[in-house]
Design a protein around this ligand. Sequence first.
Ligand code: NAD
Length: 500
Amino acid sequence: MTDELHHWIDGARVTGRSGRTSEVFNPATGEVQALTPLATGAEIDDAIARAARAQTGWAATNPQRRARVMMRFAALIERDMDALAELVSREHGKTLPDARGDVQRGLEVVEFCMGAPHMLKGEFTDDGGPGIDLWSMRQPLGVVAGITPFNFPAMIPLWKLAPALSAGNAMVLKPSERCPSTALRLAELLQEAGLPDGVLQVVNGDKEAVDAILDNDTVQAVGFVGSTPIAQYIYGRAAAAGKRAQCFGGAKNHMIVMPDADLDKAADALVGAGFGAAGERCMAISVAVPVGAETADRLVEKLVPRIERLKVGPYTAGADVDYGPVITAAARDRIARLVQSGVDAGAELVVDGRDFSLQGYENGFFVGPSFFDRVRPEMEIYREEIFGPVLSQVRAESYDEALNLVCDNPYGNGCAIFTADGDVARDFAHNVNVGMVGINFPIPVPLSYHTFGGWKKSAFGDLNQYGPDAFRFYTRTKTVTARWFSGIKEGGEFAFKQME
Ligand code: NAD
């Protein structure tokens, strides 16, 4: 049976009016399990206008009361953890333990936002001049927008909405049309936690909805996560309209393996970070860079049996499964095409996952794991973000060559180095031009009280996601300079004021 999904407007499920829908698949079977309504510009404008009305009262609610909504929300997410994880897995296809991680890493940002009053309390200078005090306050922007990708249906909406709302904004959230149900459920939980209706609107849609958000003058800021071309497009259009924008894009994350690294641990890390979630993570390691021919040969020996042992299957098959299907048939076919392009370009396909088929799930979007050795930087499989279970190995002769490879790559989301040498690790962390670095740690997604953000073509705009940066992004600073005239000199002053 195909579910008809809805929007979430003013605290209620609202049926789409456009007549246009997008199919949500069960990626394990290939069947359509739901239809997402695709909002028109008019529906978007209406949701934004309603959000603006709700925002005034929410901004006037004191920060501690707003934080209490986050406290109750966190408790409800914990209460419903299993159900939320199941919702993620149902539409995305990732395994249940991985889906729990998706919810958990979002929950941690909600927990950080319980401390929003501390983040919002501003700065004060007593006696900046004779009888003159200055203070800066952080005020909400008004209505802000979140536009999120399919691959973390819980975590990324939570990264967007928790700081935005706890700072006193209203948010119009447009989740991925491919996995919209988790965001809709989170909105219901927020209502149960006491969020006033209208402060979070979840609107579903595609480019038409996104463009309506970008063109709406009420929207003050846009937080986007998705692929690089769309991130760059949204950043450009939002900035041209005078909005704040932070747009996080795609990635090609490298892991350097030094000759002194523990190769068993490096191989374990590569298999988990390369193939977990079918490679559909912006922090997936897609390029292994062993230094020296001997390291490379030994790494291949360690990797091949581990990759061949990987169990691919539906999340319903239980704890045995390492990763599930990719998101659509189009994604599966694109991955197969890219693997073929690697073969055609002369890379060595050591493990070939293309003919993978699972009995009973022949129409599912499963892709077996592939591993290429001797990939070169000019090949398409190196230049493109494959976003699938494909690991490439690029051999480097020296540490400097490996470092330069990472630095020359246009993406700069995450990277890692495996080594036993603290000096090399320190040099790498200092010199690499990538936003998040792991040392003997393959997927260095920072904890919620730090911040998340890539460099280069992995992010457009200013400030990172979550942590203290999120409160800077979702607020604007107003600075007051004040004095009281009792006992203060008479007469006007015409020179630019210096604080004597
Ligand atoms: P996507 O760019 O296709 O879609 C992201 C969002 O943009 C969705 O809500 C979608 O509806 C909307 N969108 C798509 N096409 C649009 C268009 N032409 N105009 C306006 N809006 C449009 O990304 P995806 O396939 O959902 O997600 C995977 C990508 O996201 C990967 O590239 C991955 O690396 C990246 N990602 C990045 C991060 C990060 O923090 N840097 C995190 C997760 C995922």
